[in-house]
Design a binder for this molecule. Structure first.
Ligand code: G6P
Length: 497
């Protein structure tokens, strides 16, 4: 491995760099001032572990909490973008475990993350605006946009300072759309990739952005050698935007990489004792039908994002109980809606509406022995896996979703195989549509019908279909998903390093 001294100029020694807002580790400060860390999962984490600890990888992310900032201050996860790369044999490690956390000022980060990424770009790509009143691109928006630029610049500079000559840089998601263009200017020698984990808006919706901002986003992305998307549909939408609002794609190539579920990990993890314990607790909550048989379950597990359509899911369940009273007392809707982006009022309101509707359903339809909706809002991975194992029906009905891994995981993990009710607007529908029961996410009556159909599928057909769903869901495991992108970027004819 090249040490820092081998690299010319201000270059660093990292050969593979990942950049994302949320990093693979987060820190909490305890009452006694001690720091504890928690590691996350996901496709990029699997990919980096597949290339191994000696591949010269560096993950650049943002400090998100007070604990993270404290970890930066204590030098555990590297310093700011201006810090020189570490010298000597351990040159690839700018901090513990090859993670460099950027201590971007909290107000700048809040503008960029909450203001622009989550309240504008996320809304545009998921088409979530209630357009009579929003969006409003006013002076406050422009002020926040300047923070988004500063935040992207901090990443670009950190990457430029740490990357070895000709290194591969894999930039993640809508938080960092400007990074490829900025980095290209700073370091023309690098191989730059960007991956979108969300849908991409069609041109008619994308053009809602002010013209100069829309152009800046596209030009930022087109600074990359290669852009990755989860499905062909999102890639096509991006290309259509470039055809309309930029001069096409230029030299940038597009790749589609449909992230799959991690079968080995899930199968092993879902059979540990903490999961079986939670299955027993859930079975108690679900209870038995009047004839003594186990109740059927309609399971959903989501982060409570506005795009997940949890409210219409509950309305569809209520419609099912109205249209098919024979299911009353024989079915339970197990809904796990975990907190997400609670800094935003619109997310808090949505979470409250989910809770209110679940309570209303339980008081209107429930009996002393039957709770129609079992709602949990506290994140518990082992309990999610327990629900997956118990699922008779998986309900995945997003308004719009980049992929949706729950749709891929539940058929794989469910003990008896489950019937999948799946929105045609989820990226996963491109791969799973054939063996799922497809719904229009806005059609509550249609979704109720689909739930009835799913509950009525016979055990053999259900097992068969689930097997096919699981096969399609695991076609591209996370490590391979990452390696495919890395190799495609490295093999692409590009700048001479
Ligand atoms: C969802 C999206 C990802 C995105 C992530 C950010 O999972 O599918 O594209 O990166 O949200 O979540 P966060 O909690 O960091 O805002």
């Amino acid at each position: 491995m090249a040490s820092t001294q081998d690299a010319p100029g201000a270059h660093g020694s990292a050969k593979v760099l990942v950049a994302s807002n949320r990093g693979p580790v987060s820190y909490q400060v305890g009452d006694d001032g001690s720091l504890t860390s928690r590691r996350g999962g996901g496709g990029v984490v699997s990919g980096l572990s597949a290339i191994g600890p000696d591949a010269g990888a560096l993950w650049v992310c943002s400090a998100l909490s007070d604990g993270d900032r404290e970890a930066v201050r204590r030098g555990i996860v590297g310093a700011g973008p201006e810090a020189p790369p570490q010298r000597g044999g351990g040159g690839r490690r700018a901090g513990e475990d090859g993670v460099l956390m950027l201590d971007i000022p909290a107000d700048v980060h809040a503008d960029a993350y909450n203001g622009i990424a989550n309240s504008v770009l996320w809304f545009v790509h998921h088409m979530l605006y209630q357009t009579p009143l929003e969006p409003v691109f006013d002076a406050e928006f422009r002020r926040q946009w300047a923070s988004y630029e500063a935040y992207n610049r901090a990443f670009a500079e950190a990457l430029a300072g740490r990357a070895a000559p000709g290194a591969a840089v894999l930039v993640q998601d809508y938080h960092l759309t400007l990074v490829p263009g900025m980095l290209r200017e700073l370091r023309p020698d690098l191989r730059i990739g960007h991956f979108s984990h969300t849908p991409w808006a069609p041109p008619e919706y994308f053009r809602m952005l002010p013209d100069d901002i829309a152009e800046q986003v596209l030009r930022g992305m087109l600074g990359a050698d290669r852009l990755g998307f989860l499905t062909r549909r999102w890639a096509d939408a991006f290309e259509a935007c470039c055809a309309r609002f930029a001069d096409g794609l230029g030299d940038t190539r597009i790749g589609v990489h449909g992230l799959g579920a991690d079968a080995d990990f899930l199968r092993e993890r879902s059979h540990r004792t903490d999961v079986t314990e939670r299955m027993a607790a859930l079975r108690d909550e679900i209870g038995s039908a009047p004839d003594g048989t186990a109740r059927r379950t309609i399971v959903r597990v989501d982060r409570t994002e506005l795009s997940k359509n949890i409210v219409r899911g509950l309305l569809s369940y209520r419609q099912l109980l109205d249209d098919h009273p024979e299911w009353r007392e024989r079915v339970v809707h197990v809904a796990f809606a975990y907190p997400s982006r609670q800094d935003l009022a619109v997310y808090r309101d949505y979470t409250a509406e989910v809770q209110r509707l679940a309570d209303e359903l339980n008081s209107q339809y429930g009996t002393p022995d039957w709770t129609p909706v079992v709602l949990h809002v506290k994140d518990d991975f082992a309990r999610s896996l327990a629900a997956y194992r118990l699922a008779d029906v998986a309900l995945v009905n997003p308004i719009r979703d980049g992929m949706n891994l729950v749709a891929k995981e539940m058929p794989l993990v469910s003990d008896e195989g489950c019937a999948l009710v799946l929105s045609r607007e989820a990226g996963a529908h491109e791969e799973l549509g054939e063996d799922a029961i497809t719904v229009n996410p806005y059609d509550v009556v249609g979704t109720a019908r689909a739930l009835h159909e799913a509950l009525s599928v016979g055990p053999e057909e259900r097992a068969e279909r689930s097997k096919r769903l699981a096969a399609a869901a695991t076609a591209l495991p996370p490590a391979q998903w990452f390696l495919d992108q890395l190799h495609a970027l490295e093999e692409q004819p590009g700048p001479s390093a």
